[in-house]
Design a protein around this ligand. Structure first.
Ligand code: CTP
Ligand code: MG
Length: 227
C-alpha cells in the first residue's frame, strides 16, 4: 500500500535536557532523526516524506539529509508551538498527493517495517489505524496520591505512532480541531472526536520514543540486539 509520511521534528526536546533538539543526538554514531528517516527511505511503499522543522534548524537538517543520502523528503514546513500544529503544517504542505497518510514521531527510530505495512493495509481498508502495545503494568486511576480505581488491564493499550489514515479523514479531523481550538496529544484523538472508528495494530515494545536520557541507553541496547 503506497503512502506518504509526515514526521513532526520541530520539538525542542526539553525532557531530554540536551540543550538542543534531541533528534540531533546520536545513537551508534548516527542522529536519531536519520535513524527514523532511514526506515521510510528504505520502504518502497513510502512515496514521500514531509518533515516539520524549526526554521532555524532547517539548514542543519538539509545538510544532514545530504550527508546521509536521504532523498525522499519533499518538503520541510515550519513546525508550530504544539506537535499538532507541526503535523497540520505538513498535511497542508503535502496537498492531495496520496490516499494514505502516516504520521510518525521523528523521535521513534525503532518502528518495525512490518507494523507500517499492517497499519497501511488496515487504514486503507477501515480508514484509521494506529500502533499500540498492551499495557504491562497494573494500571490505576489516582487523584491526590489516592487510588480511585484499578482499571481492567485487558482493555488498556499504550498508544504509539505511526498512526495511519485515509488522507480525507485526517485532513477533515485536523480542520475541525483547528476550528474548535481542540488540542490533542495524537492524531487519533482528533479522528475519535469525529466519531470515526480507529483500529489498533499491535506494535512492539521496541518502538519507544526517545524522550529522556535513559531512553538513549534503551536505544543503544535495541540497536545492539538488532545487529
Ligand atoms: N514535535 C513537533 N513540534 C512541536 C512539538 C513536538 O514537531 N511543537 C515533534 C518532536 O520533534 C518529536 C515528536 O513531535 O519528534 C514527539 O514529541 P516529543 O517526544 O514530545 O518531543 P519534544 O516536544 O521535542 O520533547 P519535549 O516534550 O520533552 O520538549
Ligand atoms: Mg513535546
Amino acid at each position: 500500500m503506497k503512502y506518504i509520511v509526515v514526521l513532526p521534528a520541530a520539538g525542542s526536546g526539553k525532557r531530554m535536557n540536551a540543550g538542543y533538539n534531541k533528534l540531533f543526538l546520536e545513537l551508534r554514531g548516527k542522529p536519531i532523526l536519520i535513524h527514523t528517516l532511514d526506515v521510510f527511505e528504505q520502504d518502497p511503499n513510502c512515496l514521500a516524506i514531509w518533515l516539520a522543522v524549526k526554521p532555524d534548524e532547517r539548514k542543519t537538517i538539509q545538510d544532514m539529509l545530504k550527508q546521509y543520502n536521504i532523498t525522499k523528503v519533499k518538503g520541510m514546513p515550519a513546525g508550530g508551538d504544539e506537535r499538532q500544529h507541526s503535523v497540520y503544517a505538513c498535511i497542508l504542505a503535502a496537498g492531495d498527493v496520496s490516499e494514505l497518510i502516516l504520521v510518525h514521531d521523528a523521535a521513534r527510530p525503532f518502528i518495525e517495517p512490518s507494523v507500517i505495512t499492517q497499519l497501511t493495509h488496515k487504514a486503507h481498508e477501515m480508514g484509521a489505524a494506529i500502533a499500540g502495545v498492551k499495557a504491562k503494568d497494573t494500571m490505576k486511576r489516582v487523584r491526590n496520591q489516592i487510588i480511585e480505581e484499578t482499571l481492567d488491564r485487558e482493555q488498556l493499550w499504550m498508544i504509539q505512532t505511526p498512526q495511519a489514515f485515509r488522507a480525507n479523514i485526517l485532513t477533515i479531523a485536523h480542520q475541525q480541531a483547528a476550528k474548535d481550538g481542540f488540542l490533542g496529544t495524537d492524531e487519533s484523538m482528533l479522528v475519535e472526536r469525529m466519531n470515526i472508528a480507529v483500529h489498533v495494530v499491535e506494535s512492539t515494545y521496541d518502538n519507544v520514543k526517545m524522550t529522556t536520557q535513559e531512553d538513549l541507553l534503551i536505544g543503544e541496547a535495541i540497536l545492539q540486539k538488532r545487529q
